[in-house]
Design a protein around this ligand. Structure first.
Ligand code: 4AD
Ligand code: MG
Length: 433
């Protein structure tokens, strides 16, 4: 007789008791005298069992009337059941439909990607998308937990900016009253200022790139975690990166078992992801490519997806590629003092073909060298003057990196495409829904 409104996730606290749930029907099976209702409420999934001779005719008919995605309140007694994926079932005692849904467009059959993307607002209800979004949230939580526990302060950089961080080719332009403005490509330059004020900092927010590339790794709007650290140099930068990523992967393995199972993820591959990660230089990576079928690759070119995938195949863990040619990297990266034609940077390449998930570097701390780079890259002084101030007033060695959230989610979840890693992806030719 003791009835509480609870959630599927909390049902373990109510075994043997009668509870009330608000939810949706996502599937139904019937065997004449019993109806099996597959229910979801956002927190989880459970089977409700309606037995004809144990409920009133009204409740039996209400169960029969339920279509896919009908909303309802449902009452029942929680029973332990070893056969259930969550270990519990609901012996239904009462049902109150809220709305009977008519012709839900996403049926059980296989749909094409465009159809699913057009119905993304409904598609996210499916068990698979539910699992991905849960894991995404858990990844965000664990990254922030790690950084918060290791002395980093969260700092929010602006979204509207007067200048570019990662080159001008893929900037989103907008008007800022009478001035020109751009949607941020990266919060890095502001995080460098913040590091000089707060020591170890990080940002977490959306970034925008008008990339014309239509690949399974590119979004137009994606989220980045960008730590920046005063007094930390190249090697220390890589250590923080491998520590964070090991922590995140092991956290997800521990807290998201049911979700990883729903996705059919190979857990053995993830269990191996523990610091330290292997490191190879750009030079060594080029040599490896020459031996592995990319004989024509020339020193000084940037790696594309096929190259990154080939390099990653030689390693079980994520691999750092360090010391890229200065020419192909951003203006702010510090050259190797022993070899100024390469920079103190690293891209972290995920295993299994997921490509670059982190880009980072030690930053130029010398004002004269930075001034020279402004000239070489044609950067307008009026937009970058403040950034030069960071080198004029107590400059220090410092480093940082950007962890791409969606590529990390794709890798940890084992997905074919980043479009499933974010609730409402913005892609080339897709702004809807
Ligand atoms: O390598 P990127 O361009 O580095 C920066 O923006 C630096 N300013 C970060 C820093 O040092 N604070 O981007 C960093 C990461 C990439 O490794 C990748 O994971 C992700 O951001 N990324 C994208 N993810 C999805 N779609 C895109 N179009 C992406 N571009 C970059
Ligand atoms: Mg990069």
């Amino acid at each position: 007789g003791y009835i509480v409104l609870t959630t599927i996730k909390e049902i373990t606290n109510h075994v043997g008791k009668e509870v009330k749930l608000g939810g949706w029907l996502y599937n139904k099976r019937s065997s004449g005298k019993i109806q099996f209702l597959q229910l979801r409420d956002g927190s989880g999934f459970i089977q409700g069992v309606v037995v004809k001779n144990q409920v009133t005719p009204e409740v039996w008919e209400a169960a029969k009337s339920l279509t896919q995605e009908s909303s309802l309140y449902i009452w029942g007694t929680v029973r332990k059941d070893e056969r259930s994926p969550i270990g519990y079932e609901l012996d239904v005692t009462n049902i109150k439909p809220i709305q009977i849904a008519i012709e839900y467009p996403i049926a059980k059959k296989k749909h094409g990607v465009d159809f699913l993307m057009d119905h993304r607002h409904l598609w996210i209800r499916s068990p698979r998308q539910h699992a991905i979004l849960k894991i995404r949230a858990e990844i965000i939580k664990s990254v922030q937990q790690f950084l918060d526990d290791h002395g980093f302060t969260l700092v929010d950089p602006p979204i509207l900016t007067p200048s570019s961080c990662e080159g001008t080719t893929n900037l989103f332009h907008t008007k800022y009253f009478d001035e020109d403005a751009y949607l941020t490509q990266s919060g890095q330059l502001y995080m460098e200022a913040a590091a000089m004020a707060l020591g170890k900092v990080y940002s977490f927010g959306p970034t925008f790139r008008a990339e014309k590339s239509k690949t399974r790794r590119h979004l137009i709007e994606f989220w980045m975690i960008e730590p920046e650290m005063a007094f930390v140099e190249h090697d220390g930068n890589l250590e923080v990166q491998e520590q964070i990523l090991s922590y995140v992967v092991q956290h997800v393995l521990e807290h998201c078992r049911p979700e990883l199972k729903t996705l059919g993820r190979d857990l053995g591959r993830l269990e191996k992801v523990r610091a330290p990660f292997p490191r190879i230089t750009y030079d060594e990576a080029v040599e490896l490519l020459h031996k592995e079928g990319f004989e024509d690759f020339k020193w000084g070119e940037d790696f594309g997806s096929p190259h990154e995938t080939k390099i990653a195949e030689s390693f079980e863990k994520p691999v750092f590629i360090t010391h890229y040619p200065t020419e192909i990297k951003a203006f702010y990266m510090k050259p190797d003092p022993d070899r100024p034609e390469v920079v103190l940077c690293a891209d972290l390449i995920a295993p299994e073909g997921y490509g670059e998930i982190i880009g980072g570097s030690q930053r130029i701390d010398d004002p004269d060298l930075l001034a020279q780079r402004y000239k070489e890259h044609d950067l307008p002084l009026e937009s970058y003057d403040w950034y030069m101030d960071l080198r004029k007033f107590g400059t220090v060695p410092h480093s940082g990196f950007g962890l791409g959230l969606e590529r990390t989610v794709a890798w940890i979840c084992g997905l074919d495409h980043v479009r499933e890693t974010i609730p409402f992806p913005r892609m080339l030719n897709r702004l809807y829904p």
